[in-house]
Write a protein that binds this ligand. Structure first.
Ligand code: ARG
Length: 458
């Protein structure tokens, strides 16, 4: 079978080379984008008088037939035609004859493939933005139910200070808000159109690149044809954003795994989001958050993979760049699948408020508040810290919690202690005392939730 570029060659391509260099097995995912780009290109060529009206129409009709076939999965791809671009061109030739050969006028596969990738990522990014928002909605829904649910807040995974469960969940809400912002911001750069850059230097035909941009819904064209065909920043940026997002998803997943353990029993994931063990009948395993945590690995890998492919490439196009695709598809699909699972898993999880509360009742996470108590009675905070440290040590030795010590015991350490210390130490008081902006008091958390509701359309 002769190649579309066969003129210069005296021999058939080695079969192993054909297999090794072809990308059709994976870039057929770009079929829709490639046809969309070709339709805009041919319309622009027609409008510029580079192709006759007749030729333009013939090609357009042929492309529309291919579009229909693609929708019905009727296109047959062949590794002999290397990639999606040449497979489609071959199909067009089969469909409309030699006129199909005019489609590639003023265009190269180099600007073509870059255009396809921009189109793919533009659509995917929009989907990912709305899926991220669905996760935020689930967090918000749970947060609204749990403003007054108190659990230990941790630092170093040691009990630190009690917090509202809504406050803990809302921390993730804002992480996803920034992720959404990053995705939206990246659309600005994804909206640069490479089409019309040719192989690297532009084209001898009087094309109208702005018109092609308008037809494809891009904000602007790349001002430099060499940059246009060499740039894969927009993909590296997407992979970076996706990596940050997976890191957030992984941290949240890790908490879900910990919280649903026998040791914590703070939450229970819905049965429909867990699996069992083939040997231990009692098991209910949090496979979904575990896998979400693990999928982060491949997403990071794809980022490092692409950066490594690109780092030594001279301008302009190099075949190395074909390696940009699988990682990008894999990341986009992994992130999409992860967000799709995370939203319903969060909405359906049940929260064991009593266990959270009894954890707070059996720890020393109100110790800071006694230090603050002495400090607001004039004792320098550093000195107060030292005194309370001694009280905590004494309480641990007595096997008592801070609320269980008598006033006499407190007074042994400072005459400034009065009955009101017991109020100060109550978990609700401890939480509500942190009423500084962005703090965990119920009032601040409610304020935060109302800000969040304005951010996502409820
Ligand atoms: N399949 C190629 C890729 O994905 C398309 C561009 C090929 N261009 C070339 N000059 N060989 O990068």
């Amino acid at each position: 079978m002769s190649k579309l570029w066969g003129g210069r060659f005296t021999k058939e391509t080695d079969e192993l080379v054909e297999e090794f260099t072809a990308s059709i097995s994976f870039d057929q995912k770009l079929v829709k984008e490639d046809l969309q780009g070709s339709l805009a290109h041919v319309q622009m060529l027609g409008e510029c008088g580079i192709l006759s009206k007749e030729d333009t129409q013939t090609i357009q009709q042929g492309l529309l037939v291919l579009q229909k076939k693609a929708e019905n999965n009727e296109l047959q791809f062949d590794v002999k035609h290397e990639d999606i671009h040449m497979n489609l061109e071959k199909q067009l030739l089969d469909e409309i004859g030699q006129t199909g050969g005019k489609l590639h006028t003023g265009r190269s596969r180099n600007d073509q493939v870059a255009t396809d990738m921009h189109l793919y990522l533009k659509a995917k990014t929009e989907v990912l933005i709305s899926l991220t928002e669905a996760v935020q909605q689930s967090l918000l829904e749970q947060a609204k139910k749990h403003v007054e649910t108190i659990l230990p807040g941790y630092t170093h995974l040691q009990r630190a200070q009690p917090v509202s469960f809504a406050h803990h969940l809302m921390a993730y809400f804002w992480m996803f808000e920034r992720d959404k912002e990053r995705l939206s911001d990246s659309l600005k750069r994804i909206s640069w159109l490479p089409l019309g850059a040719g192989a690297l230097a532009g084209t001898t035909f009087p094309i109208d690149r702005e018109r092609a941009a308008e037809l494809l819904g891009f904000e602007r064209i790349y001002p430099n044809s060499m940059d246009a065909v060499s740039d894969r920043d927009f993909i590296a940026e997407f992979l970076s954003i996706a990596s940050i997002m997976m890191m957030h998803i992984s941290r949240l997943s890790e908490e879900l795994v910990i919280w649903s353990s026998q040791e914590f029993q703070f939450i229970e994931l819905d049965d429909s989001f867990c699996t069992g063990s083939s040997i231990m009948p009692q098991k209910k395993n949090p496979d979904v958050p575990e896998l979400l945590r693990a999928k982060t690995g491949r997403v990071y890998g794809n980022l490092i993979g692409l950066l490594t492919v690109l780092k030594g490439l001279p301008l302009a196009y190099n075949k190395d760049m074909q390696e940009d695709k699988e990682g990008m598809f894999d990341t986009a699909e992994t992130l999409e699948g992860s967000l799709k699972l995370l939203a319903p898993m969060l909405s359906t999880m049940s929260v064991n408020s009593e266990n959270m509360r009894s954890a707070v009742n059996t720890d020393y996470s109100n110790a800071t508040d006694i230090a603050d108590y002495l400090a607001s009675n004039g004792v320098p905070f550093r000195q107060a810290h030292e005194i309370i440290g001694q009280i905590v040590l004494y309480a641990i030795q007595q096997k008592k919690y801070l609320l269980e010590l008598s006033l006499d015991e407190y007074r042994k350490y400072s005459p400034l202690f009065n009955e009101d210390i017991y109020q100060v130490l109550a978990p609700e008081h401890v939480v509500n005392a942190r009423n500084s902006a962005g703090g965990t008091s119920f009032q601040q958390v409610r304020h935060q939730i109302s800000m969040a509701e304005k951010t996502v359309k409820v």
